[in-house]
Design a protein around this ligand. Sequence first.
Ligand code: GDP
Ligand code: MN
Length: 410
Amino acid sequence: MNIHEYQAKAVLKDFGVPVPTGYPVLAAGEAGSAAAQLGGPIWVVKAQIHAGGRGKGSFKEAAAGEKGGVRLAKSAAEAEAFVHQMLGNTLVTVQTGPAGKQVNRLYIEEGSAIEKEFYLSMLVDRATARVAFVVSTEGGMNIEDVAHDTPEKIVTFSVDPATGILPQHGRRVADALKLSGDLAKQAERLVARLYAAFVAKDMSMLEINPLIVTKDGQLRCLDAKIAFDGNAIYRHPDIAALRDETEEDAKEIEASKYDLNYITLDGTIGCMVNGAGLAMATMDIIKLYGAAPANFLDVGGGATKEKVTAAFKIITADPAVKGILVNIFGGIMRCDVIAEGVIAAVRDVGLAVPLVVRLEGTNVDLGKTIIRESGLNVIPADDLDDAAQKIVAAVGGTAASGAAASQGAH
Ligand code: GDP
Ligand code: MN
């Protein structure tokens, strides 16, 4: 689960991490009082969306002005004006994709006088099963570019959970950032506090870019991005309350209510499959025959008719879906349950696109009979290969010469 920058900074502040003072603006009417609470001389107005690259981003609407999603204002009045320009408009950054994201919240902060910009992030390193730090003197820019162009400027190390964070870890960060004296001490304190926050709140990723040294010699987190381990959210109601569903995919939210494993993708073929492995194989074979999946969906092993109906409705409600492939291998999941779920959903919401159904396994004959006798316009398929070719052909793909087409597509 992701949260906004202003929320991340509030979480970090609770652990004693130095962040600039700021006030969120959730509605236009709050802009004036938020700006007035800061003394200047510089105010920073920052678009709050779950995507980075805001500073270099641009708005789709002319009314939002020429500047990006992070703006420096010289007065409270100018800060307020920036809020009104940005609020409700669409910010496009390298991370949002071309569609951009609507800015529904802003953050007004006291401006910092920047001496140096660094990069610091923490993540759970699966290979070592430890929390790892990634540090670089090259802050404020895309860390992927630094890793590509000057990998020697990135320092990484991990923390043994048996010892926890030690002074030596702080010193390593200070060394990597070439800090000495009081700034090195500040770095040691910062590292210990970030680690405490990371572990206490079950974070999976924490990125400070940039971490800055101010002109008056203070180490400070100027930006903060936090992702939490979704499987641990249940033990942090304070974090769960920070969720902003407007930043998430509506179809994924709906799917999560039914405990479906659903991820939106950018193709045209809606997939309903049981089992993650079969779902991956189904997506691969759709690609092999020249089309692309609109989603990953694993309805799970013991899905009920209600769950299948919900899944089918989520797929059919997606305007990007030009055809649907139901691919079920009945083990614990019975083919007749799938068939009934699909039929119930079609009766409810109709079917405007071609539907190919491949059933195999437990109660397969009953499942096929249910679909045949429903009178629905379903294209039956014998196996995975046949099913993929049929749905790709039905949406106007190139299934007939699938293998050849796929070579061209890759
Ligand atoms: P991002 O573009 O989404 O990563 O947003 P950031 O919060 O990292 O801001 C982008 C850039 O704006 C930073 O790298 C800084 O260069 C600049 N910036 C942000 N806050 C301040 C500030 O208080 N003072 C100054 N001078 N620049 C700032
Ligand atoms: Mn940043």
